[in-house]
Design a protein around this ligand. Structure first.
Ligand SMILES: NC(=O)c1ccc[n+]([C@@H]2O[C@H](COP(=O)([O-])OP(=O)(O)OC[C@H]3O[C@@H](n4cnc5c(N)ncnc54)[C@H](OP(=O)(O)O)[C@@H]3O)[C@@H](O)[C@H]2O)c1
Length: 343
């Protein structure tokens, strides 16, 4: 076969403290080609990308290296993300053509992977859609599962507040909290998202763009557990309305990822007076402890309909730059998945 274009999504320019600009800071580039029949594998595999996860943290990978190093352990300049691919050719006896794998893969159509130990072969005995391994049965689901188990310490009847509750992580947290007998308050940014989180079991669901979070929490609190996906003023309101000995699980801070200045939370003193425990975490740290239980439970529960999951598909790798900014603008309704190719 003649070489074909091997399109890719490239972080081209540091976006500063503002939203990513598709076509400028992140671009789709078709300058490279690949001959899928002859490209050397050096003992590895050739993968064709099927589904690529679009996660808020991709924005973080665009921070300048020094700042990124100072704030977390994310390795510098990694233009890759969680993806499901199918093996096209293999020189590795543990992988056969047609196998589906999950890995941190470059944002491109075809990739040669030499370090096949970094790939997870998906057996998928439950027969769930492959894309679910990027969401409810992938990194975001694992984020919710691991940190809920590690930090929430729920008691039946506890009141839990979840922000960005309709998203990939938030929707799983809502369901875990309900399964543990908690009363759930959930916020989201559109009428449809609010209706969806209510359908997941949230006892109180509201649109934070229409009703101030502080007002809702004043009425419905005090809260025993706050799952923070957004930071900023929402975190401040949650601390204000927290019960004594509340647990605050700091998962994300999306309201501050694209702003010129960091948001300085003004009432951290409440941690002292209310003896609040606040836990920041990165999923990769908790993963080894919970990985086995997660893969035993979550795909089976999803296959049986015991856990609900919604996906937001964007079709075409060339739409990658737009998809990356859209999760920061709230335009995704459910887990954002870029469909690169369909089988
Ligand atoms: N700690 C970890 O290891 C870890 C791992 C994965 C994800 N995370 C974090 O978890 C959070 C959720 O991630 P996800 O993948 O599940 O994303 P998601 O919720 O599927 O998508 C992001 C959502 O955030 C909401 N949002 C955007 N700007 C906002 C703002 N200014 N105020 C309030 N909400 C805003 C939007 O929903 P609305 O329409 O409702 O505003 C948007 O749809 C993110 O902060 C992410 O960085 C952390």
């Amino acid at each position: 076969m003649a070489p074909v274009k091997n399109g890719r999504v490239v972080f081209k320019e540091y976006p500063g403290k503002a939203f990513v600009v598709p076509g400028k800071t992140v671009v789709y580039d078709e300058s490279e080609t690949i001959d899928v029949d002859t490209v050397p594998l050096d003992g590895g595999v050739l993968l064709k990308m099927l589904y690529l996860s679009i996660d808020p943290y991709l924005r973080r990978l665009m921070l300048p290296t020094e700042e990124r190093k100072a704030h977390s352990g994310v390795p510098p300049v990694r233009i890759a993300n969680w993806a499901v691919g199918v093996v096209v050719r293999s020189e590795d006896p543990s992988h056969n053509a047609g196998d589906h794998v999950l890995g941190l893969l470059p944002l491109r159509h075809y990739s040669v992977v030499k370090n096949t130990a970094a790939l997870m072969k998906l057996e998928n005995k439950e027969g769930i859609p492959w894309s679910a391994y990027l969401g409810v049965c992938g990194m975001p689901g694992k984020t919710a599962y691991c940190a809920w188990k590690e930090f929430a310490k729920p008691k039946p009847g506890d009141t839990v507040f979840v922000s960005a509750a309709s998203g990939a992580v938030g929707a799983v947290v809502v369901q875990l909290a309900k399964a543990d007998g908690c009363r759930v308050i959930a916020s989201a940014g559109t009428h449809e998202k609010v209706a969806y989180v209510a359908s997941l079991g949230a006892d109180v669901a509201f649109n934070y763009k229409l009703v101030p979070t502080m007002k809702v929490l004043q009425r419905e609190g005090p809260i025993n557990i706050y799952w923070d996906n957004v930071g900023g003023e929402t975190l401040e309101a949650a601390l204000e309305q927290a019960a004594t000995h509340a647990r605050v699980i700091v998962c994300g801070s999306i309201s501050t990822y694209n702003t010129a200045e960091p948001y300085n939370v003004k009432n951290l003193q409440l941690l002292l007076w209310k003896e609040i425990h606040m836990y920041g975490f990165l999923v990769g740290t908790l993963e080894p402890k919970y990985q086995e239980a997660f893969y035993r439970e979550m795909p089976a529960k999803y296959a049986k309909g015991e856990v609900k999951y919604k996906e937001h598909f964007v079709r075409g790798l060339e739409k990658g730059p737009e998809a990356i900014v859209e999760v920061h603008e709230g335009k995704n309704f459910g887990k954002s998945v870029l469909v690169v190719a369909e089988e």
